[in-house]
Ligand binder design. Sequence first.
Ligand code: FAD
Length: 298
Amino acid sequence: MSGTTLPMRVWTGTVVRAQDLTPTMRRVVFGGEGLAGYASTGVGDEYLRLIFPVDRASDPILPTVTNGCLDYNSIDLATMRTYTVRAFEPATGEVTIDFVIHDGGVAAEWARAARPGDRIGLNTPDGMYDPPAGLTWQFLVADCAAIPAAARLIENAQAGVRTRAILEVPGPAHHLDLAAAPGVEVTWIHGGNGHGPSRLEQVVRSLPRPAGGVGYIWVAGETKELRGVRKYLRRELGLPSSAYKTVGYWTDGAEKWRDRYESLDAETKTMLDAIWETDADLGDVEIRYDEQLARLGL
Ligand SMILES: Cc1cc2nc3c(=O)[nH]c(=O)nc-3n(C[C@H](O)[C@H](O)[C@H](O)COP(=O)(O)OP(=O)(O)OC[C@H]3O[C@@H](n4cnc5c(N)ncnc54)[C@H](O)[C@@H]3O)c2cc1C
């Protein structure tokens, strides 16, 4: 199911329309000439970086692409955030992003007031959802930030693959009308998302896994909540990293986290970066990284 990796480019999108979907989710549709040639990987959780202007009247300052990759040294990271392509319409070239609206944050504040004509930078997307061949069942577990990705995965679920989706939102007013593919079971739970404790780890622990068959567990939500999920799947269940994907989408108290990270000395930052450069299995590398962050109070 893994899609094609597309050549990296940076694009400019112009807001065509925006609408509130729920009290805390706003849909913004981008189009315009700056998106001519834009393409999708076709992977349900494909994500990209959005580059916000310093103020609404200015154009965003776009990063450059070096050796096929975004050059993160060429951009003010404070203006960049990661979002899911909720939909791409090849006929019109329109890209849809669903933003969680919350207090604070460059992205949420921009999206709250987005109106036709506003301009933003975006790059070529990439996907992470990559189930094993011969998939027979899957669990999709998400909080609000990951609902755009879960929704696409729910809509695109392959026929014959038993799919259970558990979506965590603040309350009933936050449920969305999803066009689930036949055979997909969707359950809404309430909490998390900065409104209360997240229950994603508890959910994953309680889901009865089908006996036999080929399964995949995709979980995305608040970063620290995801640490417990990852540890459970890898250490307690002993799953190979090909059998699951766990992605921290946002960090509760991000401002404090960023300050704390910035205050680390160069040696500690190098140690953290080096964790990703080993040949060890990704599942173990991720847990090692989580453990080091926790040790540093991050
Ligand atoms: C692969 C990937 C795909 C993503 N797709 C989406 C998407 O489609 N839609 C989406 O809304 N988000 C998505 N996110 C999450 C998004 O990148 C973060 O929520 C991001 O931090 C928002 O930036 P901000 O500038 O609004 O807030 P920040 O500057 O990061 O944070 C400001 C404050 O807001 C809080 N905060 C941040 N995000 C949330 C949240 N979701 N709920 C409650 N409080 C929050 C922080 O704790 C902090 O206190 C995705 C993340 C990843 C990694």
